[in-house]
Write a protein that binds this ligand. Structure first.
Ligand code: SF4
Length: 232
């Protein structure tokens, strides 16, 4: 089986526990206004990669996977290539490797369920808290994402929620408190990560000839965010 891969980060440290082999899948149906990977959006343009070859490549980094490390598949949107991710994770499980799925939560639920059967951890970006905001800022259906999150709970897959904090859009103590309450409402919830909005992606947008919708929005100060989170 072949998957279309955008890129690989061999020694990732931010997408799940421990040191991780991070696979970025090509293609995403969403268009989040703060997306820092617009180069993953199109379904064409990645590198077709055989699942056996990818397992072999990943396993070379096994010596680094102490303290809960392993493999994370992200994107783009990995559930757009659910069959490939299912197969990849199943093979990794045969080798006893910890698997994490970093997703926005959109996609076909029955395919997602098959992926979850081989997933040890779901990292889900809860981007907004209302249907209107999801539609306006991501072109996504919040109901679909809610259904995916409920499925992770039904399947009892540990869940980390991540939320990008954008000044003037998703900041403010009240909003952060609501995100925390929402995250904690899932029975399989384990951890919440607030990520400061940054603009390191500006160059990518320029290269692609795209306008970055938040070009005039200031970056979120990481220390200010830490202070806010400490008060939650
Ligand atoms: S889901 Fe992720 S990759 Fe897709 S547009 Fe949103 S931030 Fe970008």
């Amino acid at each position: 089986m072949t998957g279309n891969i955008h890129s690989i980060q061999s020694l990732g440290a931010v997408d799940g526990p421990g040191v991780r082999y991070v696979v970025f899948m090509q293609g995403c149906p969403l268009r989040c206004i703060y997306c820092h990977n617009p180069d993953t959006w199109l379904t064409e343009g990645g590198t077709p990669t055989d699942v056996d070859e990818l397992v072999r490549k990943a396993l070379r980094f096994r010596p680094y996977w102490k303290n809960g490390g392993g493999v994370t598949v992200t994107g783009g949107e990995p559930l757009l290539q659910a069959e490939f991710v299912e197969e990849f994770f199943a093979r990794l499980h045969e080798h006893g490797v910890h698997t994490a799925l970093d997703t926005s939560g959109v996609g076909n639920l029955s395919k997602a369920e098959k992926v979850l059967a081989h997933t040890d951890l779901v990292l889900c970006d809860l981007k907004f808290l209302t249907k209107a905001n999801y539609l306006k800022n991501c072109r996504a259906d919040f109901d679909q994402i809610e259904r995916f999150l409920q499925l992770t709970a039904m399947k009892n897959v540990p869940l980390w929620i991540r939320h990008v904090v954008v000044p003037g859009l998703t900041d403010g103590m009240d909003h952060l408190r609501r995100v925390k309450a929402k995250a904690e409402s899932y029975p399989n919830f384990e951890k919440l990560e607030f990520l400061p909005f940054h603009k390191l992606c500006m160059e990518k947008y320029e290269r692609l000839g795209l306008e970055f919708p938040l070009k005039d929005t200031p970056a979120m100060n990481p220390d200010a965010l830490k202070t806010m989170v400490a008060q939650l």
